[in-house]
Write a protein that binds this ligand. Structure first.
Ligand code: ADP
Ligand code: MG
Length: 265
């Protein structure tokens, strides 16, 4: 574990850059500064987690990268170009599974491919591939309400991947799941990410989850949120549940992040 500036470790190629990002909302005639001078880079293939007290601007930060909202000041770049709007290169996964309840599992995933102008048959074939990847083969014709929370979340992962993003943005995606399912989902996401070589930004309130999954963890201050600390997680991959329970390096990371965060709440 080490504390490093927001620059990239080693030889990693920078994919996303935020420079001096400030975000103000004008709520009922009152300016509310949500993000204050946020700068960091995300390397290609890197897994970054963002932790911070509730209301510090984590979702807002993710939304500037998604292209849902623009910073008031500063720049958000991907591949050197300003992010102006949402795009299929960046998939967003929320806490709610946000599936269409009236559509089947297969249609929910195939829908992500609609903008790609491929035939319906091709869309379905690709959707089936990703459903297999998240181990939902055989559930193609079920409706979301017929699935458990964990299975619904896997459908949204399949949908995310089907749209062919190189960046996945996740906003507390596992919060609604029970502890056991959450552990399984975390391992699954790591496996898929390894195989598909995605860059991931994860907002989470679980320090344990952040350490388990990430290459680096950004700690945000309370609002107006800025990056107060960046902790590099030097644990080898694949990460295991055993590591999580007893690895001294894992525990040291967890303690450091807990101490850092505790000052903010
Ligand atoms: P977090 O995800 O860290 O809990 P958010 O990014 O959701 O925090 O919100 C940070 C702050 O910005 C909150 O005080 C919230 O009320 C405010 N906020 C978020 N979106 C808007 C908006 N569209 N208009 C006004 N205020 C907003
Ligand atoms: Mg949030």
């Amino acid at each position: 574990m080490s504390t490093s500036p927001s620059r990239l470790p080693g030889q990693a190629m920078s994919l996303i850059q935020l420079s001096n990002v400030t975000k103000r909302y004008d709520a009922a005639g009152q300016a509310l500064t949500v993000l204050s001078d946020v700068s960091f880079e995300v390397g290609e293939g890197e897994f970054i987690s963002i932790v911070g007290p509730s209301g510090c601007g984590k979702s807002t930060l993710l939304h500037t990268i998604a292209g849902f909202t623009k910073p008031t000041e500063g720049r958000v770049l991907k591949g050197g170009r300003a992010i102006e709007q949402p795009g299929p290169d960046r998939a967003v996964m929320f806490q709610e599974y946000s599936l269409y309840p009236w559509k089947t599992v297969l249609d929910n995933v195939a829908l992500a491919l609609k903008p790609k102008r491929v035939s319906r048959a091709e869309r379905e074939a690709i959707a089936r591939d990703y459903l297999r990847l998240v181990q939902l083969e055989g559930f193609e014709h079920h409706y979301p309400s017929q699935l458990s929370g964990g299975m619904q979340q896997r459908v949204s992962i399949a949908r995310c991947l089907a749209s062919g993003p190189d960046v996945i943005l996740m906003d507390e995606p596992f919060s609604a799941l029970d502890a056991l399912t959450r552990d399984l989902m975390q391992e699954e996401i790591l496996k898929i990410r390894e195989r598909e070589r995605k860059t991931v930004l994860l907002v989470t309130h679980s320090i344990d989850e952040a350490v388990f999954m990430s290459d680096r963890v950004l700690v945000m201050s309370r609002r107006p949120g800025h990056i107060k600390e960046v902790v590099t997680i030097d644990l080898p991959r694949p990460r295991t549940l055993a590591m999580r329970a007893a690895d001294p390096a894992f525990i040291a990371c967890r303690e450091r992040l807990t101490a850092s965060l505790r000052k903010e709440v």
